[in-house]
Design a protein around this ligand. Structure first.
Ligand code: DIR
Ligand code: MN
Ligand code: MN
Ligand code: MN
Length: 307
């Protein structure tokens, strides 16, 4: 299939500088070449340029870099919409998770024009469902989900949302760090959450297949948002917000392999990689390998069983 790499060197949504190097770390780790080896047509569209910075303030004094994040969101919504219109699979190379303030609405707008509802698989230690009013850290990478669900608190702050995502179309996995306001929002919105305790008890495959069945029966598009901190810090140290007890190497690959088999994924974010914190590139390489599993790399050179 046709793939586009879209660099989004956003880092002001997080507390630890370094994510701006993320797109180039993926390039250095050979992402384009790996996907080409798997038979895909890959175009590297370079990095998106931030839109014009507009004057904005917020009552919550904790919020920082608001104008910067809004300028990124403005540019990324359009870039995501265009890339999703041009190729089968846009891959957004972060950059911190604030980039999803732009990418998710952009791919949702493209899906809506094709008459498809957008589903989102959120692979993260965190639900990122704060609003600018509820965040206590002020780190706006904690806000994309609340925004693209169309929750209150964004009017006149973030760009007007063109296409929202329905809360029943979101599935979160790997969650293990949730702030009180986020807990309340998850309950109020009714988002499906498989926290690490649930994954320990039941594994990832059953809930994932159930979610994919829903995407298939709705004839939906599926966006995957993969935060490095979804993974256990022992295998993925290059992230500013490590949380112990994350997904294992095989849990993560099995998700990607199952997503590949489904044929349903239409776009991907790879976010929060901080190459400044990496150990000889191993986190960047792991993320590239996970992307390869999503795009068809298998252990055995024969078709996997269908289900
Ligand atoms: C925390 C951490 N909930 C916050 N969020 C992170 O700052 O709002 N998201 N690290 O990825
Ligand atoms: Mn498309
Ligand atoms: Mn995140
Ligand atoms: Mn996270």
């Amino acid at each position: 299939m046709s793939c586009a790499l879209v660099g989004a060197p956003v880092q002001s949504g997080s507390a630890t500088p370094g994510c701006l190097m993320g797109p180039d770390a993926y390039r250095t780790a050979g992402l384009a070449e790996v996907l080409q080896t798997l038979g895909h047509r890959v175009t590297d569209r370079g990095n998106v340029a931030q839109a014009e910075i507009k004057d904005l303030t917020h009552d919550n004094a904790a919020v920082h870099h608001l104008t910067d994040i809004v300028a990124w969101a403005d540019a990324l919504e359009g870039a995501a919409y265009e890339a999703a219109s041009a190729v089968d699979m846009p891959i957004f190379l972060g950059g911190d998770h604030a980039l999803a303030i732009g990418t998710v609405p952009g791919v949702a707008r493209h899906a809506a024009e094709a008459g498809k509802p957008l589903f989102v698989l959120w692979l993260d230690a965190h639900p990122d469902i704060h609003t600018p009013d509820t965040t206590t850290s002020g780190n706006l990478h904690g806000t994309p989900v609340a925004y693209f669900l169309g929750m209150d608190g964004f009017d006149g702050v973030y760009p007007a949302l063109k296409t929202r995502v329905a809360p029943e179309n979101v599935c979160m996995m790997g969650i293990r760090s949730v702030d009180p306001a986020e807990n309340a929002a998850l309950t109020a919105q009714g988002v499906e959450v498989h926290d690490m305790r649930a994954i320990d008890e039941h594994g990832i495959i059953k809930p994932l297949r159930a979610f994919l069945d829903r995407v298939r029966s709705a004839d939906g598009a599926l966006h995957v948002s993969l935060d490095v901190d979804f993974l256990d810090p022992t295998i993925a140290p290059a992230v500013g917000t490590t949380v112990p007890g994350g997904a294992t190497f095989r849990e993560a690959h099995l998700i990607m392999e199952t997503l590949c088999d489904s044929g349903l994924v239409t776009s991907l974010d790879m976010v929060e990689l901080n190459p400044f914190l990496d150990d000889r590139g191993r986190t960047a390489k792991l993320m590239v390998d996970l992307c390869a599993s999503l795009l068809g790399r298998t252990v055995l050179d024969r078709p996997t069983r269908s289900f």
